[in-house]
Design a protein around this ligand. Structure first.
Ligand code: 13P
Ligand code: SF4
Length: 341
């Protein structure tokens, strides 16, 4: 149970429906009207407290629609959120995503307070490797540079030469200027990167517990049964990616839809992604999987309210780890920064 579960819900006030008419109309295809009496008092209370505190709420693409559309000031993929944290003017950031994302924000904005509403919001990739594992890999492959995926702990980032996200992994690997690179921890992302570069990659065996469950058969079924284009996240197994019309980060998926405007699309990724994109592309029919990331789902409206009210849970990282991890993250931003977030 979250410690915010026992928080008394803010009360409904007159005029709430009118104040949020634009939001409820825009989200009509996603959020049934019966749910609004549950969400709106929280959304309103969060938006008021956020203004009082001068906070910025950043939400990852996998956050549920009432968070993504209702309270977030900044939304995006891991790269977009990291860049936004580095560029942020506000003194207080509430990161609605998983722990490694909040750590990256704190590392890149060390003098700001970064809060995550639930400290237990982890990631199977981040927990697949430790700093000791990275040191052991370096000992086995002396002189080979280490590129770590953003989905790692601050301690692992501190042992790395550079960080990448799914949006810039090939660029970052090639920028290392080496014939071989240790790439960790996502084996499937690593194999996807290896298929696009001449750099030889030493891989680790980490997997995303959400994306590893997709199969090529499911992908083919979506294409054949629904005549849908297939858009997949590179954390999926290679045989799934082989079926896809487009492979990219969560922000890149939205950009692809913007360009291609397909009549039907199956998003082979976490399912809140389709919800959030459906609002942006009303003419496209989305075939969405039901794979939810249990870690992303730990972030709730009551949890965000409690975070803002009680300034919890503040991310703290020992200075020596944060400094080395920052150097690796800044190396990524120097190479693979996106022009517009
Ligand atoms: P993106 O960087 O594409 O948003 O992906 C992060 C993630 O955790 C996907 O599972
Ligand atoms: Fe981690 Fe997978 Fe969840 Fe992304 S979807 S945060 S990679 S467990």
């Amino acid at each position: 149970m979250n410690d915010s579960d026992s928080l008394p819900a803010p009360v409904w006030r007159d005029g709430l429906e009118d104040d949020y008419a634009e939001l409820t109309t825009r989200l009509e295809p996603l959020v049934p009207c019966l749910e609004w009496p549950l969400h709106l008092p929280w959304i309103d209370a969060i938006n008021r407290l956020k203004r009082q505190r001068g906070a910025v709420i950043m939400a990852h693409s996998y956050q549920s629609p009432e968070i993504f559309h209702g309270v977030a000031d900044v939304t995006g993929d891991s790269l977009g959120l990291a860049q936004a944290a580095a560029d942020c003017d506000a003194e207080l950031i509430v990161l609605c995503g998983v722990h490694f994302m909040a750590e990256s924000a704190k590392i890149l904005a060390p003098h700001k307070t970064v809060l995550i509403p639930d400290l237990e919001a982890g990631c199977s990739l981040a927990s697949s490797i430790t700093a000791d594992d990275v040191r052991a890999l370096r000992a086995r492959h002396p002189g080979v540079p280490v590129v770590s995926y953003a989905n790692t702990s601050a301690a692992v980032k501190a042992e790395s030469d550079a960080i990448c996200t799914s949006a810039n992994a090939v660029q970052v690997v090639e920028a290392m200027g080496a014939g071989r690179v240790i790439f960790l921890p996502d084996e499937f992302l690593g194999r996807h990167v290896a298929s696009q570069t001449r750099v030889q990659l030493v891989l680790w065996h980490g997997h995303c517990e959400v994306h590893e469950t997709f199969t090529a058969q499911q992908a083919r079924h979506a294409r054949e049964r629904f005549d849908a284009k297939l858009v997949a996240h590179p954390e999926c197994p290679p045989e799934v990616l082989a079926e896809a019309d487009f492979v990219g980060s969560t922000t890149a998926m939205g950009n692809w839809l913007e360009r291609e405007q397909p009549a039907r699309v199956a998003l082979i990724t976490e399912c809140s992604m389709a919800d959030n994109l459906r609002v942006r592309f009303p003419a496209t029919q989305f075939i969405k999987p039901c794979n939810l990331c249990p870690h992303m789902q730990r972030i709730t409206l009551p949890g965000i309210y409690a975070a803002l009210r009680d300034f919890k849970h503040a991310i703290e990282i020992p200075a020596d780890i944060a400094d080395r991890a920052r150097a690796a993250l800044q190396r990524m931003l120097a190479v693979g920064r996106r022009e517009t977030v």
